[in-house]
Design a protein around this ligand. Structure first.
Ligand code: SF4
Length: 415
C-alpha cells in the first residue's frame, strides 16, 4: 500500500497536493482532488486491444511501423492534439512535424490561442496563481465557470484560501466578481457581484466599463443599469491586486482582443490588474509555449523544408475544411467528437493514427490506434500550468503501456 503526494493532470491547474492510495498499480483512493481529478486519476481503463491496425490487434512494432508508413507516404500530414501531453512529448512532436513537413495545430486555434499568444509576447500583464493566493483582493471570472471546469480553482488557488498578505479569509479581504451570460455555479458564489450580460454583449460591456472607469456615464444598447456598471468600475479602481480570469465565453464573444487590451490599459492606469487565461487541458499552455519557442507562433503552423508557414489556413479546422491534409496523427484528442460534424467528417476520408490512453470516436475510426500511458498518472514528465508555471510530475502507478513520448520516438525512428 502506497500513499504519496502527486500532481493531478486533470485540468490546467495541475494541483500538486494529491494523495493517492494504490495497490498493484491500481488507483484505489484519491484524496484532495476534485471530482474531475478523482475520475482522471482512476481513468486507467483500457481498450480491448492496445495496438490496432484496421481494427485488428497487432503488436507495438507493427503499429508504429504502420503509423510511420502512413506519415511517410502523405504529402501534407497533420499532427493535432497534444493538450494533455507532457512538454517532453510535445517537443518530440514538433521535431516529428519538422521531419515530415507537417501541419501542426492544437485546440487553442479555436479557443484561447490569441490570448495566450499575447501573454507569451508580454502584451498583457499576468501573474501566477501563487501571487493571487497571496495578494489578490479583486478576482473577476469573465465568461468562465471554474466551479465546474476547474473545480479547485476558487478553493485552492484564488478566492477562498488564505495567503501571505490575505490572512483574514475571503469574505473580508477578497471580492469575487462573475461576468457571464448565465448564472453559473461560480456566479452564484459571487452573489451580488454577478453581472449578467446578453450573449455577444461583452465588447459593449467593456466599452461601458471603460467609460465608467473614465468618469463618464456608461451606456449599452441593452440598457445595462449604469448604476451597477459604475459600482463595478469603483470596485476595480480600488483594487490593489486585481486579476481577470478570461474564459472561452469572453473570447468567443469578441471579434478580436482590442477591447481587452483597452480595458487592461485603463485598469492599469487606475489600479493594478493581471490577466490569466482559463486554459482547460493540463498542458495546452505548454504546447503554445513550446511551439512559440521553436517557431514564434503558438499554433496553426506548417513546416516546409526548414521554413515555417503560419496562418489560419494551417489550423485544424481550415485544413480539414479545405481538405489540404491527406493523413493525420492525433495525439490525446478526439477531433471527430469536438469539431463540427461538417468539418470532422473529412477526417473519415484520410488515414488517421490515433495515439490516446482511451478509446475515442476518433480512435474507433482510425487506421492505426496506439493505446498509451496517461500522462501524469502512468507517465512522468512536466507541464505548464495555466499561469505559465512549469510543474514536474512522476507517474502515480506503473504500467506496461508505452508513453506518448516513447511512441513518437519509435515512429520517428521508423520513418
Ligand atoms: Fe485536478 Fe483540476 Fe481538480 Fe485540481 S482542479 S484536482 S488539477 S481536475
Amino acid at each position: 500500500m502506497e500513499k504519496n503526494y502527486h500532481v493531478c493532470t486533470g485540468c490546467g491547474l495541475l494541483c500538486d497536493d494529491i494523495e493517492v492510495e494504490s495497490e498493484k498499480n491500481i488507483v484505489n483512493k484519491v484524496y484532495t482532488a476534485c471530482r474531475v481529478g478523482v475520475a482522471h486519476m482512476k481513468e486507467a481503463r483500457r481498450a480491448e486491444a492496445d495496438f490496432l491496425v484496421d481494427n485488428k490487434p497487432v503488436d507495438e512494432d507493427t503499429a508504429t511501423r504502420e503509423a510511420a508508413s502512413i506519415l511517410k507516404n502523405a504529402r501534407n500530414p497533420l499532427i493535432f492534439g497534444l493538450g494533455t501531453s507532457t512538454n517532453e512529448t510535445q517537443k518530440i512532436a514538433i521535431e516529428l512535424a519538422k521531419k515530415i513537413n507537417a501541419t501542426l495545430d492544437d485546440t487553442s486555434s479555436f479557443c484561447l490561442g490569441p490570448l495566450v499568444e499575447a501573454l507569451i509576447q508580454d502584451k498583457l500583464k499576468t501573474c501566477t496563481l501563487d501571487d493571487i493566493r497571496n495578494k489578490a483582493d479583486v478576482i473577476i471570472y469573465w465568461g468562465t465557470d471554474p466551479s465546474d471546469s476547474h473545480p479547485r480553482q476558487l478553493s485552492k488557488h484564488t478566492y477562498f484560501p488564505r495567503g501571505s498578505e490575505k490572512q483574514r479569509g475571503w469574505e473580508e479581504e477578497r471580492t469575487a466578481i462573475a461576468i457571464d451570460v448565465r448564472k453559473s455555479h461560480t456566479a452564484k458564489i459571487c452573489g451580488n457581484y454577478f453581472f449578467q450580460i446578453p450573449p455577444k454583449g461583452d465588447a459593449e460591456f467593456i466599452d461601458a466599463l471603460i467609460a465608467g472607469l473614465s468618469g463618464k456615464l456608461p451606456k449599452t444598447s441593452y440598457n445595462y443599469p449604469p448604476k451597477k456598471l459604475l459600482e463595478l468600475a469603483n470596485i476595480l479602481k480600488g483594487a490593489k491586486f486585481g486579476v481577470i480570469f478570461v474564459g472561452r465565453g469572453l473570447i468567443y464573444s469578441l471579434e478580436n482582443l482590442e477591447p481587452l487590451f483597452k480595458l487592461m490599459k485603463i485598469l492599469n492606469e487606475k489600479s493594478n490588474f493581471h490577466l490569466i487565461p482559463m486554459v482547460g487541458n493540463c498542458n495546452t499552455m505548454g504546447f503554445n509555449k513550446n511551439l512559440f519557442a521553436e517557431t514564434g507562433y503558438v499554433n496553426s503552423i506548417k513546416f516546409e523544408n526548414g521554413t515555417v508557414k503560419h496562418g489560419p489556413e494551417y489550423s485544424v479546422v481550415e485544413s480539414l475544411k479545405a481538405k489540404t491534409v491527406d493523413a493525420a496523427l492525433v495525439i490525446g484528442s478526439d477531433p471527430l467528437l469536438i469539431l463540427p460534424g461538417s468539418i470532422a467528417k473529412n477526417m473519415l476520408e484520410i488515414p488517421v493514427i490515433s495515439v490516446d490512453h482511451c478509446e475515442t470516436l476518433t480512435s474507433k475510426h482510425s487506421k492505426v490506434y496506439i493505446n498509451t500511458a496517461i500522462s501524469g498518472v502512468e507517465a512522468g514528465g512536466s507541464a505548464i500550468r495555466m499561469d505559465g508555471v512549469k510543474v514536474s510530475f512522476e507517474p502515480v502507478i506503473e504500467t506496461n503501456h508505452p508513453s506518448e513520448e516513447v511512441i513518437l520516438k519509435k515512429i520517428m525512428e521508423a520513418l
